[in-house]
Design a protein around this ligand. Sequence first.
Ligand code: FMN
Length: 192
Amino acid sequence: MSKLFIPILLGTSRPKRHSHKVAKLIEERGKTIQDLQVQIIDPLDYNFPFDGNDEENKDPRYTQITAQADGFFIVTPEYNHSFPGTLKRMLDSELTNYIHKPVALAGVSDRIFGGVRAIESLLPALRELGLVPTFADLYFPEVQKLFDQQGTLTDASYKQRIDRAYEELIWMAKTLKYGRENNKSIYHTVKK
Ligand SMILES: Cc1cc2nc3c(=O)[nH]c(=O)nc-3n(C[C@H](O)[C@H](O)[C@H](O)COP(=O)(O)O)c2cc1C
């Protein structure tokens, strides 16, 4: 079987963001898993002018990545009890490329809740996009204490939690891939 391709969507472009350390950690763990290909998608590397999904304002590289993806990992910080506009803009730019693909979620905050409200507020949008959220969410509270000056994880227990989230995501990715390939749905071809 070919490798499952899982883009890791980094949900913020904030210059001083801590979430990229979490995305990096999730990428590193993903690289240790056989049959998995992971890649951080940093909004700073892509071009998303204006809101919406008009063809001329898409970034073809993001279109290709989402088309090839077998599932997604989203890393989102919590901004005012929700998720950043940058993440919404990135997600909004595609329609059919997400349909019947799983998504694992990681919330990040500098306080005790670990981005739980960002994740909860994100779920309705993911569902509308046709994504299938897994139930093995990850929370990274007090992220400023989680990595030392060198960016090394200070609490090793997160590795096991990340691996479990991947386990569930991989199961869903394989199952939904089989479904997409063997049970055709009108939603795979028809644009909304
Ligand atoms: C605009 C803005 C709003 C924020 N709102 C919240 C919030 O509602 N709850 C919370 O726990 N942290 C909040 N934070 C703090 C973030 O949790 C903190 O910046 C953390 O490091 C994750 O975001 P980062 O990747 O941008 O660093 C907010 C940060 C910003 C920049």
